[in-house]
Design a binder for this molecule. Sequence first.
Ligand SMILES: *[C@@H]1O[C@H](CO)[C@@H](O)[C@H](O)[C@H]1NC(C)=O
Ligand SMILES: *[C@@H]1O[C@H](CO)[C@@H](O)[C@H](O)[C@H]1NC(C)=O
Ligand SMILES: CC(=O)N[C@H]1CO[C@H](CO)[C@@H](O)[C@@H]1O
Length: 307
Amino acid sequence: MFLFLSLSCSFHSSMATLNLSHTQTLSFHRLFSNFHQNGPTLSFSSQPKPSVNPRPISLKPYNSEKLRTCVVALAVKNLAETEEISPENDGTAGELPSGAGVYAVYDKSGELQFIGLSRNIAASVSTHWKSVPELCGSVKAGIVDDPNREALTQAWKSWMEEYIKVSGKVPPGNESGNATWVRQPPRKKPDLRLTPGRHTQLTVPLEDLIDKLVKENKVVAFIKGSRSAPLCGFSQRVIAILENVGADYESVDVLDEEYNSGLRETLKQYSNWPTIPQIFVDGELVGGCDILTSMYEKGELASLFKK
Ligand SMILES: *[C@@H]1O[C@H](CO)[C@@H](O)[C@H](O)[C@H]1NC(C)=O
Ligand SMILES: *[C@@H]1O[C@H](CO)[C@@H](O)[C@H](O)[C@H]1NC(C)=O
Ligand SMILES: CC(=O)N[C@H]1CO[C@H](CO)[C@@H](O)[C@@H]1O
């Protein structure tokens, strides 16, 4: 684990911050240039076994940026140590985290097929389960706590390296030109706003605006946060489900105090429902996350969302 991460950290810096022998550094760079060109199957048999000598670690010159990257990678357990989860048939049920991070999909015979990177692991996995069920058996997920682009890439690379190191090859789904797993990011509509802004005096009550909005749009999800970045687990789940069933829906951020000021409380009165998220279809409240989830699991949503 340690050696592995130190390799992955030093890879990013031409001035290696950790003391690696020349051969190790070289073979590592070769590994990665091969990997990026998607060259022939990688083989490590001729490489010398790195001598594990974790001490002393030379961290000079001190560079907080690099150090941070290393620490972030450490936050995700390595692939071998990560617990395997077997989602239900649709790939959505249970323990899968809806946060950002890295995930690995194994087929039913336990072969790793794909290592992916996602802002919403649960949503990505359920997409795979839907599009290529025959290749999906179980999944490992590593949440990245501070999911900036660099940290996510770092986590993805560390799993990739680990897999390549052990198996000598890139996961089949990550081979170049393989479009089985990577598809276009879902089209993102903007979230709807109830008002032109906090500074404008409303001429009609907020309740009327809500009423108009849910009646003029087939499916409306009132959530915390935006559809591209839901801010609570329930909202995330609702979005994941709506995306998964391919619903053409509108989203409204109840926490947007600039454009939807007062919405959170007014909505609860309007619908007589105490919690957010709330999903409306044809102007009627369907319910919140639990109800939507249960309808989704019973396969009742497709007909509900149909015209
Ligand atoms: C790196 O480690 C080797 C032995 O592991 C040692 O001989 C060498 O002096 C070290 N180099 C640096 C720059 O610390
Ligand atoms: C892509 O990868 C999957 C395995 O994840 C494999 O079954 C499929 O045949 C590959 N497709 C191509 C075009 O290589
Ligand atoms: C070689 C390679 O990295 N292929 C793909 C593996 O999966 C990631 C994540 O989706 C893609 O970005 C890579 O292109």
